[in-house]
Design a protein around this ligand. Structure first.
Ligand code: AHR
Length: 511
């Protein structure tokens, strides 16, 4: 009886929408664009991300591919409009010697992937394979250079190899390997997590190293327009950002990175599907912390760079849980539930709303690793809830940012609370888009948005949710969670009212 009462109570809570959330949407020209590169992805030589995920080999007759690259994955990512793809790591980047991955495949050396499972790989996926794949995906490559175990010469040579059109030893080598025209890669990481797997360096030491590497990647005035990204802070390590900003001259750096994962506890991450509400809440707390993090890192950057020339690049973010039972612990393979959809919706709203400084971000990782958008199993491929959120939000790519100020109820659990509703808005080609995420595990939230400066006649939209937070798409049931038409929005005069069910992501179009 008690159980029944509790059940009735919780379901009525899920249906009854609270009316206290309010927001204001300003439609005057903001002069700010949400960089499409905030919707970037990441592909590391880790587990089954590259091998088995993107690349199955040229001789694979079971899985449809073009030059060894899976056609299903390419098609899915093209639909997502992924703007850039970071490669080859992560931690792997500081062990990677790019010359191992060029030339005839049967002559490439095999290497051991020390960080990720200690597996031996044969380097059959290298620079040409990655950059040609980016062309297939219609995305911009972001190459992560090796600063820790490489040399300045090695990185300078890589830049020359992929970017130089004229005659030089490196462009000659490229041509010998079958590629005449350079690929023109703008985005370059200079080391990764230099405070950890990238060399356990101190920030001032790394800043000096960065200055040296960065100097030889281009010329006096960076006329080759490289976008050089310094290895950034581990989450709340504000001293790292401060030291880099203080010690790296602004003519040597275009972006400073930041890594933050939504993790409950690094020693006890918890399962990716069978989690409790307490674990869900802890994940949301870590995801919501991104707001404080970026504000504090940005405040430091503003001190040294008030004109906001240097970008904050959040080139690793996402949920991190225990690996799926029975899988290699070094492969970081995890399922993806509505909890991950909440991380994505909330995080992307934060990024959109800091568009004046956050110019790029990369979800970790694209395929089969951590908060993946695509999972593969041999010839099967599925799209995760995170994929669908990224797709729903891609209307914001390169759109004019519009300020949406949300006053939200709290999502409470015990004595702890978090803001329930987050949102962001933009305008492109005469259409205004609003994305809203309600992370509340139990309660629907009604929000009343006051629109300033424009009259809209219609509102339409899509929603992503599911009965349970723990729901996911599986290879047996791949479409359990997909976006569907949303009927919970209504516009009257200047007021847009939206009923957001518990744990849902909604994308609206106003005309
Ligand atoms: O994304 C997985 C790993 O997380 C990356 O290799 C590393 O940079 C980070 O610690």
């Amino acid at each position: 009886m008690r159980k029944l009462l509790l059940l009735l109570l919780s379901s009525s809570m899920a249906l009854s929408a609270s009316a206290q959330n309010t927001a204001e949407l300003s439609t005057s020209p903001s002069g700010r664009t949400i960089s499409k590169h905030v919707y970037g992805h990441f592909a590391e030589h880790l587990g089954r991300c590259i091998y088995g995920g993107f690349y199955v080999g040229e001789n694979n007759t079971k899985i449809p591919n073009k030059d060894g690259i899976r056609t299903d994955v390419v098609d899915a990512l093209k639909k997502l409009k992924i703007p850039n793809l970071r490669w080859p790591g992560g931690c792997f980047a500081d062990t990677y010697h790019w010359k191992d991955g060029i030339g005839p495949k049967n002559q490439r050396p095999s290497i051991v992937n020390t960080w990720w499972g200690g597996t031996t790989e044969n380097n059959s996926f290298g620079t040409h394979d990655f950059l040609n794949m980016c062309e297939l995906l219609n995305t911009e490559p972001y190459l992560a250079g090796n600063l820790a175990t490489g040399t300045v010469q090695e990185l300078a040579d890589w830049v020359q190899y992929v970017n130089f059109a004229g005659e030089s030893p490196m462009s000659k080598l490229r041509r010998q390997n079958g590629r005449n025209q350079p690929w023109k890669v703008s985005f370059w990481g200079v080391g990764n997590e230099a405070w950890g797997c990238g060399g356990n360096m101190k920030p001032d030491y790394y800043a000096n190293e960065f200055r040296k590497y960065s100097t030889f990647m281009t010329n006096w005035d960076n006329s080759t327009k490289l976008f050089r990204i310094a290895s950034g802070a581990n989450s709340a390590d504000y001293n790292w950002t401060e030291t880099l900003m203080k010690n790296i001259p602004s003519n040597l750096v275009e972006g400073i990175a930041l890594h933050h994962y939504s993790v409950i506890n690094w020693n006890k991450k918890g399962p990716s599907t069978d989690f409790s509400e307490e674990q869900y809440f802890a994940t949301m707390k870590s995801a919501a912390f991104m707001e404080e993090l970026v504000n504090k890192h940005i405040a430091i950057m503003d001190k040294y760079d008030p004109n906001k020339k240097i970008a904050l690049v959040v080139d690793e973010w996402g949920g991190w849980y225990d690996v799926e039972p029975g899988t290699n612990p070094g492969f970081l393979y995890q399922q993806n539930t509505i909890r991950d959809a909440m991380i994505a919706g909330l995080t992307l709203n934060i990024f959109n709303n800091h568009t004046d400084r956050i110019k790029m971000a990369n979800l970790a990782q694209a395929v089969n690793v951590l908060q993946a958008v695509v999972l593969t199993n041999e010839e099967k491929m599925i799209l995760t809830p995170t994929y669908h959120v990224m797709e729903m939000y891609n209307v914001h790519q390169d759109a004019e940012w519009l300020p949406l100020t949300v006053k939200t109820n709290n999502y409470t659990l015990g004595n702890d609370k978090l803001p329930a509703v987050s949102g962001s808005a933009s305008r492109k080609n005469g259409l205004t888009h609003v994305t809203l995420t309600n992370i509340d595990a139990k309660a629907a939230q009604e929000i009343s948005i006051n629109i300033k400066g424009a009259k809209f006649k219609t509102v339409s939209g899509r929603i992503l949710t599911s009965a349970k937070l723990q729901d996911f798409n599986s290879f047996e049931n791949p479409n359990k969670i997909i976006p569907v038409t949303f009927k919970g929005a209504d516009i009257k005069g200047d007021v847009l009212k939206v009923k957001l069910p518990a744990h849902s992501v909604v994308a609206l179009e106003l005309k």
